[in-house]
Design a protein around this ligand. Structure first.
Ligand code: SF4
Length: 363
């Protein structure tokens, strides 16, 4: 089964410097080369990997960085993920955007120049259920060229209804592909169903979603095993849904005020190695870095493998139109720059921010 990455992991563990040289010289980075580039012995080659990643990013994306903004619709959740500020045992008031508030938030994002909005909720609850998300998508699609969601895994029929309402993309991180760790950190709720989540992206693509985002929470389990699984997952989906677009994100867990500590810390150097290896293996796919990372690090990775970034993010429910009622977000933001400041920083290093690269008329 594609999820068995043990042979690739062995390659990673045994790769020599000569193997890394061969992988870097290869015209096509396949399974073996990707696994080799993740090896500890590839770490001294980071600068060469960076040059190659930058060249490929420029070839496929030019000097552009695609920007999007997240909009949290609701902080209600029925699940108990240890790493999340919205887990149902966290004692703080919950909120959900009413449709008038939603319109105000969408208007505020429009005025900031945003053209792609990512709508987020927790797991399915009676308060924020499928019908609520469907209506939010329908309303957002009137304002934005791209409307993507990061919510709970849905059925194919539900995804089909979202496509009809104007949803263009689905982000569904597996969080970790390590089933034991998955069971440990997802203490209760629907999210404990590993397989339902694993098969979610395929259902979305089957329903006609144009863009699917994959990833893991770096810091939950062994990062090398997890990114090998992400790579295999994307490769497997691409075989069946080759007309669709795919992206990979690199959310890195940090110690949280709520007491959560990442089990496996991922250093900046390892994060760089992962991003560069993915760029070499998946040259045409967006690689995404969010505002979880600090400004200096985001500026460094922009165009150096990373081709898409969130900007001006709030992880509280709402917060663009007026001060959010919530004080607690899903996670902490480390790059608080607004759109203008971030775009100016990109232009300083010769990159052009892109808000829209297709029109809703082609939906
Ligand atoms: S990660 Fe998602 S499912 Fe888990 S507690 Fe947070 S909002 Fe709920």
């Amino acid at each position: 089964m594609w999820l068995d990455v043990a042979p690739l992991l062995e390659l990673t563990q045994k790769a020599t410097e000569a193997d890394v040289e061969l992988a870097l010289a290869s015209r096509h980075i396949g399974d073996r080369e990707f696994a080799t580039l993740l090896a500890p012995t590839a770490a001294p080659f980071l600068e060469r990997m960076a040059h190659a990643a930058q060249a490929l990013t420029r070839r496929h994306f030019g000097r552009t960085i695609t920007l999007y903004a997240p909009l949290y619709l609701s902080s209600y959740c029925s699940s108990g993920c240890t790493y999340c500020g919205f887990a149902s045992d966290r004692k703080h008031p919950r909120h959900k955007l009413g449709f008038d508030e939603l319109e105000a938030e969408l208007g505020a994002l429009n005025r900031m120049g945003i053209e792609e909005v990512l709508l987020l909720t927790g797991e399915r609850t009676p308060v924020a259920d499928f019908d609520y998300i469907l209506e939010c998508v329908r309303r957002a699609a009137k304002h934005f060229a791209m409307v993507t969601i990061e919510t709970f895994p849905m059925t194919t029929e539900e995804y089909r209804a979202l496509v009809a309402a104007g949803c263009t993309g689905v982000t569904l991180y597996q969080e970790t592909y390590d089933t034991a760790v998955y069971a440990g950190v997802h203490r209760w709720g629907q999210k404990r169903n590993f397989l339902n989540r694993l098969e979610g992206p395929a259902r979305a693509l089957e329903a006609g979603i144009r863009q699917v985002g994959c990833g893991v929470l770096l810091g939950l389990a062994d990062p090398i095993t997890d990114v090998l699984c992400v790579y295999r997952h994307v490769a497997e989906l691409q075989k069946c849904y080759w007309r669709s677009g795919f992206s990979v994100s690199f959310p890195r867990l940090r110690p949280e005020a709520g007491g959560f500590q990442p089990m496996r810390a991922v250093s900046d150097a390892l994060l760089a190695q992962l991003i560069f290896a993915f760029r070499l293996a998946l040259p045409e796919n967006h690689l995404v870095l969010s505002t979880r990372e600090p400004a200096k690090l985001r500026d460094g990775f922009a165009g150096l493998g990373i081709s898409k970034m969130s900007v001006a993010s709030r992880t509280t429910v709402g917060g663009y139109d007026h001060t959010p009622a919530d004080k607690i977000g899903q996670f902490e933001i480390n790059d608080a720059r607004g759109v203008d400041e971030f775009c100016a920083a990109l232009r300083t290093v010769g990159l052009e921010p892109v808000f829209k690269n297709w029109d809703a008329a082609y939906r």
